[in-house]
Design a protein around this ligand. Structure first.
Ligand SMILES: *Cc1c(COP(=O)(O)O)cnc(C)c1O
Length: 389
């Protein structure tokens, strides 16, 4: 049965009318450009009429989802009609046990993106305070802050993507509500030992919350050297962000978390939407934490694949940035007749999606996620063919 058409009722809401109504929206919303995600496989299949497309654009897990997680999702599908348990206590407990902290230090979210948004809203006073970050940085920090009327104070990364911590600290004032550090960094893969971040924290006022985004830290071995978690007990103003989107292979379910001192975790838990972590995501997260085999296999495939990509990109004359993450940033060989954008488009036509970096202000660079050995070879062969032409 066709529902009755309602479009006639909307005639009055088009044209000049809606333009003036739009002006009633908050100014931060009127000027807002949303996050630009990587292209999807379906989009490229359709655009280029391809039967097979590989996606190495969003740093997803090359092995897919863990079989343990898939079984758990099937087993729990029948519970989809229920609301999840408020505050996801089982997941908080399981994550805490894994990390060796207390459950009152864990804030689960709809991806770690939600925790970033919550931290800004809980801490930064609109139009009065700002946040500190390097430039370029993960765009969610700047986007969600701008939406709240919180300005950015940024210092450019070093030419080798190193972190000029002293310069960033020199921008700090009592109005610095938050500082973001991504370690390992996206899109470069550059990472520093946690000791360097400790020094940075100690050079800032304690009123500034330092958010250390460890979305990729699982791939930075040894973990104890790079993660801030072993140091968290010393700093009540430090937050560590982790996600299930990368190493745990759950990007589509949206699950991440922050680890922070209870004074701050309590604030986030009180203001967050009650069911932002859905019932299946919670179950999947619990199952993922139990599957040590899948986690170890992911690390093995990523570390090997990172070496494979790095060696062959270098052999092709590309300039490859050293990376401790599950992706590599590279520049085309000196004297290459094609721009990074053209190479990106040529790869799309051959069924390979990687990430152009104009949105990071790096128009001459490209980022490729580490795939399976076969996916990496397919990408490298396609690139070789493109550069050879
Ligand atoms: C992928 C990524 C995240 C994780 O985002 P989710 O919302 O958990 O999927 C966080 N920070 C950075 C820098 C990332 O690249």
């Amino acid at each position: 049965m066709t529902p009755p058409s309602v479009s006639a009722n909307f005639v009055g809401a088009t044209g000049a009318d809606s333009a003036s109504l739009r002006e009633t929206l908050r100014p931060q919303v009127q000027g807002f450009s949303p996050y630009v995600p990587g292209l999807s496989i379906a989009e490229i299949m359709e655009r280029h009429g391809l039967a097979q497309v590989i996606k190495l654009a969003s740093n997803e897990n090359p092995l897919g989802a863990s079989p343990v997680v898939m079984r758990r999702l099937k087993d729990c599908a029948g519970a989809a009609f229920r609301y999840p348990q408020a505050g996801t206590p089982r997941l908080r407990k399981a994550i805490a046990a894994k990390l060796g902290v207390t459950p009152d230090m864990i804030v689960p979210g709809n991806g770690s993106d939600e925790i970033i948004d919550l931290l800004i809203r809980v801490r930064a006073r609109p139009e009065a305070e700002h946040f500190l970050a390097f430039s370029p940085c993960f765009s969610i920090y700047t986007l969600q802050s701008a939406l709240q009327g919180v300005a950015a104070r940024q210092v450019p990364l070093g030419a080798d993507f190193s972190f000029p911590f002293e310069q960033l600290a020199s921008l700090a004032t009592p109005e610095s509500a938050l500082a973001f550090v991504t370690n390992p960094d996206n899109p470069s893969g550059h990472a520093v030992p946690a000791e360097a971040i400790c020094q940075f924290v100690e050079s800032l006022p304690e009123s500034c919350i330092v958010v250390v985004d460890e979305a990729y830290v699982d791939f930075a071995l040894p973990l104890e050297t790079y993660s801030m978690l072993p140091h968290l007990h010393k700093y009540p103003n430090v937050v560590v962000l982790r996600t299930f989107s990368k190493c745990y292979g759950l990007a589509g379910l949206r699950l991440g978390y922050g680890v922070m001192h209870p004074w701050l975790a309590d604030a986030l838990m009180r203001v967050r939407l009650p069911f932002s972590v859905n019932l299946l995501a919670e179950e999947a997260g619990l199952a993922a934490l139990e599957d040590d085999v899948f986690y170890a296999e992911t690390l093995r495939v990523v570390v090997e694949g990172r070496g494979q990509l790095s060696r062959r990109l270098t052999a092709l004359g590309c300039n490859v940035q050293p990376s401790l993450a599950n992706f590599l940033l590279f520049r085309l060989p000196a004297g290459c007749a094609l721009t990074a954008r053209q190479v990106f488009e040529a790869l799309l036509a051959r069924g390979v999606i990687i990430r152009p970096l104009e949105s990071y202000n790096l128009p001459d660079a490209l980022r490729v996620s580490v795939g399976t050995a076969e996916e990496n070879s397919f990408f490298l062969n396609a690139l070789e063919a493109i550069l050879g032409n």
